[in-house]
Design a binder for this molecule. Structure first.
Ligand code: FE2
Ligand code: FE2
Length: 473
């Protein structure tokens, strides 16, 4: 007999739920194989200072201690149920929130859960090799923390599939372990999750830009009328905050280190400094351009009837739906969306119901801009003129109104040929990747950091920066 509350910390009454136990027991060996085969490389013997969620209480969700990752206790948590919760938007507004899947929404809900669930293992696969070149023990530990929590997010989605979707759900849960990031035959569902994360600058950009897309997707699912989905996503958001912190502080530390060296050497050109082993600001800007643009594609088409259906059905709300003051049905409302018309970018008012993807993306951009502004305080402090900027939303897009058009970072519509000729000014080239990769090398002495990145301001969980965050036996 497995002691479920010990092996799998949970607040879903797993010990009493025989059907769920059987489904999870069948799925778990596959998950373990997946973790050892495609999770963090060469990591199974390391002792890692990780936090584990063991309950949803204030001091239960972040328990710190040394763990071997294959023994990590991936738990299943939903924020506690509010008995009075209602469907807060769409056609069913005012009804009691659904505790079971409404028959007519079974297939779109399953689709939503599978699409979200697929991103979680995908990012672990993308980051598989990064541990080999971690710039410090502190960073190595943060990478592993993100990885185990994405593993837990996969569990969270699998729980919903097993518990609420019967046989179809079990099949989808298997599928989540079968697809592979970047695989030609069985790729992950969303394009950005099939890109390689080849080095730590890409990792920090990914956790800043793409995990924050995760936050906005989870936040809009946390509004769902299907209560178990809402409560699951709500809990995942508490963990997601750390992933975005890793990204934002990671990029900030790279910028800090670069500005430091530039000042010491009297450099002003943003493209200068490679001979000193730092990542020049111009290169950082190119990676920002790349990760931002591919992440914008994750929001889907600007004009989307699917998004409208998800909303009117009560399945997926807007960001902070219940804090907005309107009719929560969007009847007669419009929303501005940009597109290309006769070689120019124009903004049109379209029915707000059809613009929900664009709206969620715009909410996202607001937070991203605030993060970039925080990064820019660093060159400002050094008295440097350089600032990082977000490219135009039409830049380098493959999905939505700008797909098939060629837009410069400052929003000029140009020809395909001109874009191709200038792409290397705006996006990382092979040589840029090679350069950044050439800097990567594992640093495992406690308190030491690779030359291209500054130490963090503080350690994890009040531990000193020189704490032994990972133990190699
Ligand atoms: Fe996640
Ligand atoms: Fe995440």
């Amino acid at each position: 007999m497995i002691d479920y509350s010990e092996r799998i910390p949970n607040n879903v009454n797993l010990a009493e739920d025989k059907v769920l136990q059987r489904a999870l027991e069948r799925w778990q060996p596959g998950f373990r194989d997946w973790w050892s085969g495609t999770g963090p490389a060469d990591s199974s013997e390391l002792l890692v200072y990780l936090r584990t969620a063991i309950s949803v209480d204030r001091d239960g969700w972040a328990n710190f201690g040394y763990v071997k990752m294959p023994d990590y206790r991936w738990g299943i948590f939903l924020v506690p149920r509010d008995e009075h919760r209602q469907v807060n938007f769409g056609d069913h507004k005012g009804d009691a929130a659904w505790q079971e899947v409404p028959g007519e929404y079974r297939s779109p809900l399953r689709r939503i859960i599978v699409t979200q669930g697929d991103t979680e293992p995908a990012s672990v696969e993308q980051q598989r090799l990064l541990g080999m070149t971690a710039p410090s023990l502190y960073d190595l530990r943060n990478l592993f923390q993100v990885n185990v929590e994405e593993g837990r997010h996969l569990w969270a989605m699998v729980y919903l599939l097993h518990r609420y979707f019967g046989r179809d759900g079990r099949e989808e849960a298997e599928g989540l372990l079968e697809r592979r990031s970047g695989d030609a035959d069985k790729p992950r569902i969303l394009t950005a999750f099939n890109e390689e994360t080849r080095h730590w600058l890409a990792f920090f950009m990914f956790t800043f830009f793409t995990d924050r897309d995760g936050k906005f997707q989870l936040a809009s699912l946390a509004e769902s009328g299907f209560d178990p989905l809402a409560r699951t996503c709500r809990f995942m958001l508490t963990e997601e905050a750390h992933h975005m912190f890793v990204g934002e502080s990671g990029v900030a530390r790279v910028v800090q280190r670069t500005c430091d060296e530039m000042q010491k050497r009297g450099l002003e050109d943003p493209a200068a400094g490679r001979e000193f082993g730092i990542i020049d600001l111009a290169t950082i800007q190119k990676f920002l351009n790349f990760h931002y643009s591919v992440t914008l594609d994750l929001y889907g088409s600007d004009v989307s009837s699917n998004a409208a259906t998800y909303y009117t059905s009560g399945l997926k709300g807007r960001y902070e739906e219940t804090k907005l003051s309107d009719d929560h049905k969007l009847s007669g409302a419009d929303y501005p969306v940009a597109e290309v018309e006769n070689g120019r970018i124009v903004t049109k008012q379209i029915p707000a119901l059809n613009a929900l993807n664009a709206r969620l993306r715009d909410d996202y951009i607001g937070e991203i801009q605030a993060g970039v502004d925080r990064w820019n305080r660093i060159p400002e402090k050094f008295g440097m003129k350089f600032r990082l900027t977000l490219p135009h939303i039409g830049f380098h897009r493959k999905i939505g109104n700008f797909a098939g058009h060629h837009i410069t970072p400052d929003g000029q519509v140009i020809s395909e040929a001109e874009f191709a000729a200038r792409a290397g000014e705006w996006l990382p080239t092979r040589a840029d990747h090679d350069y950044v990769e050439s800097l990567m090398g594992r640093v495992i002495e406690p308190g030491k950091f690779a030359n291209w990145i500054a130490p963090p301001v503080r350690g994890v969980n009040n531990q000193p920066i020189e704490f032994e965050y990972v133990r190699f036996n």
